[in-house]
Design a protein around this ligand. Structure first.
Ligand code: APR
Length: 234
């Protein structure tokens, strides 16, 4: 079976009703990114940051995977599929994808504010009440915080992601503006025989020498077209 690797961003979840970050009306137009998505912002005003993520978790309970998520999962019966996502929602999981690498953390998980990557401190929040209050403690006694990689923090999952991309026969990039590193740099680790597709209704800055096939559609319609192309290529 060929190895098929996906790199997804906020556009993957747009059709599920979750705002992207940098489109017009995106999340970073409503909130100053450094206030709610950076380690400095958390240290300056932890209550504001907890509130921001509590609101995003509440919203997650009212959205479902879209056709694009479902088609990504359906390809697992024809390919060895890995999903590398910048998204912190659980829609790829809920659509049935089995091999997912979250580069920027997971909204439904919480961790230690002293050592956020201590595996003994990472917990899944209860689906019926996924909120963190100031005063809630992690297993190491520190304040519980979102299990999110904030700007200014390291991306521990980037190494396994590079490994996946370097071994891909096919790489499919969906719904990311390729603005944020190291995630955006993953494309450069595709080997010379890897075929790269990009699904995005808008132009995206990428290196033209990569020979990328750009499907200028949304995630759902774009995945339908990709599935047809993959069937035709055999
Ligand atoms: N289908 C596919 N792509 C879409 C759709 C859609 N329906 N709607 C919008 N897009 C595309 C936009 O054209 C854009 O290229 O999704 C992309 C969204 O880009 P961003 O909002 O920058 O999101 P992303 O690239 O995932 O941001 C990366 O930045 O703020 C951080 O940690 C955050 O993980 C995030 C990272």
């Amino acid at each position: 079976m060929k190895k098929l690797v996906f790199l997804t961003g906020a556009g993957m979840s747009a059709e599920s009703g979750i705002s992207t970050f940098r489109d017009s009306g995106g999340l970073w137009e409503q909130y100053p990114v450094e206030a709610v998505a950076s380690i400095q912002g958390y240290e300056r005003d932890p209550e504001l940051v907890q509130k921001f993520y509590n609101e995003r978790r509440q919203q997650l309970g009212s959205v479902t995977p879209n056709e694009g998520h479902k088609l990504v999962a359906s390809l697992e019966d024809k390919f060895k599929v890995s999903v590398i996502t910048q998204n912190v929602d659980d829609l790829h999981e809920r659509a049935g994808s089995q091999h997912i690498i979250h580069l920027h953390g997971e909204l439904m998980k919480a961790t230690s504010s002293r050592n956020p990557n201590d595996p003994n401190c990472i917990v899944t929040l209860p689906a019926d009440n996924p909120v963190i209050h100031m005063g809630d403690k992690a297993k190491d006694g520190s304040q519980l915080r979102p299990f999110i990689v904030w700007f200014g923090e390291s991306v521990p999952m980037i190494e396994p992601a590079i490994e996946e991309v370097s071994r891909a026969d096919i790489l499919v990039v969906i719904g990311t503006s390729l603005n944020v590193y190291p995630a955006a740099g993953l494309l450069n680790f595709a080997n010379s025989r890897c075929k790269i597709y990009l699904i995005d209704p808008n132009p995206v800055p990428y290196d033209p020498s990569l020979g990328i096939h750009h499907i200028m559609k949304g995630a759902s319609k774009g995945m339908e077209e990709l599935c047809q192309l993959l069937v035709n290529e055999g």
